[in-house]
Design a protein around this ligand. Sequence first.
Ligand SMILES: [Zn+2]
Length: 273
Amino acid sequence: MLQVPYPELDDLLEMMGEAGKHLAEIEASEGAAGNISVCLRWAIEPRSRFPVVNEIELPQPVPELAGAAFLVTGSGRRLREIIDEPTASIACIVVNEGGKSGKLYTSHQRRFERVTSEFNSHLAVHYDQICATNTNFHAVIHAQPVHLTYLSHIPRYQDEQYLNTHLLRWQPETIVNLPEGVGFIPFRIPGSPELMTGNVESLRRHRIVIWAKHGVMARSDVTVKRAADRVEYAETAAKYEYLNLSIGELGEGLSAEEIRAICETFNVQQNIF
Ligand SMILES: [Zn+2]
């Protein structure tokens, strides 16, 4: 939830650019992999940056979000290039009355045909979180961090309890930043309704979820960069885990007792350890 003064459209575009660049720097967005969206519920004037207007059907009806605006990356665009020319890679969608359709605002510089093919998941997660918390701002990122995604190919890491007790043991900050741990969805076809419902369900209980053999989705109701941080925290944990596996598991990690003591000190509610 954001307080006034709300960020301007240009500030939001810049933050999406910075998040995209950083995701590329941490090797979570090769080529055109990954996508970003934010939802804002205060009034904005999209035409200053996005003068071209078309009507579109939304992937699902979102009647409670009538009037809300989404900034969404375009299909096939590189997250690392958003920062150079945001309107070439981003569209703005404002939800019409009734919530079944919207106005798609784009720029003359637009270099994509459609918004990301994962927009169904983005929209469903925004909708679920906003209805649950009434936040006026919400950011969602899909990225493909190498180490987290690699671990999702190893059967024993496909169990959420095993995954989290192994990921959250390498640095004291990890449990503080991800107190609910990392969610896990078995492999689903990209862009499918099954992946969408998996995201909605898992992101109710977690701030970030692994899509098995594909990547992650993270959310934040503060900033898009906070959602990117969550990708980085989880990916750093996975790097430690990968490092440990690669040298024959010499590291002992923080013990469950040490992690519980951290949580007591910093007043972190968790039920993993
Ligand atoms: Zn992907």
